[in-house]
Design a protein around this ligand. Structure first.
Ligand code: ZN
Length: 171
């Protein structure tokens, strides 16, 4: 596979991360190029998920990679959610920090693939957390917006044992 240029990941102070991304209407080569750049950038970070607005593209596109499986989501929407779980969560746009974030334990997401075909994907555990995290990104919401206080943020370097937890991976 040809190596593509990675894109810089924007941090939480950028306005584009606080705006709702636009729906994709053209499932063309430029979308496919964007998806490839996003996967390359996510792997390089490294992280387990990335939303297009994190690299400055205001479109409803996200990628997740878990257990060597890449899920490409275009115009994703949560259609079902159940259960509740609190766990550590990090974000590539908030480097160096994690926090305990309450999420649904199981979700079903409806999305389109890179060709515009609709599909549904079910997730639980970390995959469910990543799906919710990415959909939040595309709606202009960061996990820090879900916290009662920014004092709940924990510096990763202060808690090396927790860095090993998979849920602290950047999403
Ligand atoms: Zn994130």
């Amino acid at each position: 596979m040809r190596t593509m240029a990675n894109r810089p990941i924007l941090t939480a102070d950028e306005p584009i991360l606080h705006q709702r991304a636009k729906k994709v209407t053209h499932f063309d080569a430029s979308l496919h190029r964007l998806l490839q750049e996003m996967v390359d950038t996510m792997r390089d970070a490294p992280g387990i998920g990335l939303a297009a607005n994190q690299i400055g593209v205001p479109l409803q596109v996200a990628v997740i990679e878990l257990e060597e499986k890449v899920t490409e989501l275009v115009n994703p929407q949560m259609v079902r959610a159940s259960g509740e779980v609190i766990d550590w969560e990090g974000c590539l746009s908030i480097p160096g920090f994690v926090a305990e974030v309450r999420r649904h334990a199981r979700v079903t997401v409806k999305a389109r693939d890179r060709h515009g075909k609709e599909f549904r994907v079910k997730g639980e555990d970390l995959f469910a957390r990543a799906l919710q995290h990415e959909i939040d990104h595309l709606n202009g919401t960061l996990y820090i917006d879900c916290l009662d206080s920014l004092e709940e943020l924990v510096r990763v370097s202060e808690h090396p044992s927790e860095v090993e937890e998979p849920t602290t991976a950047g999403i």
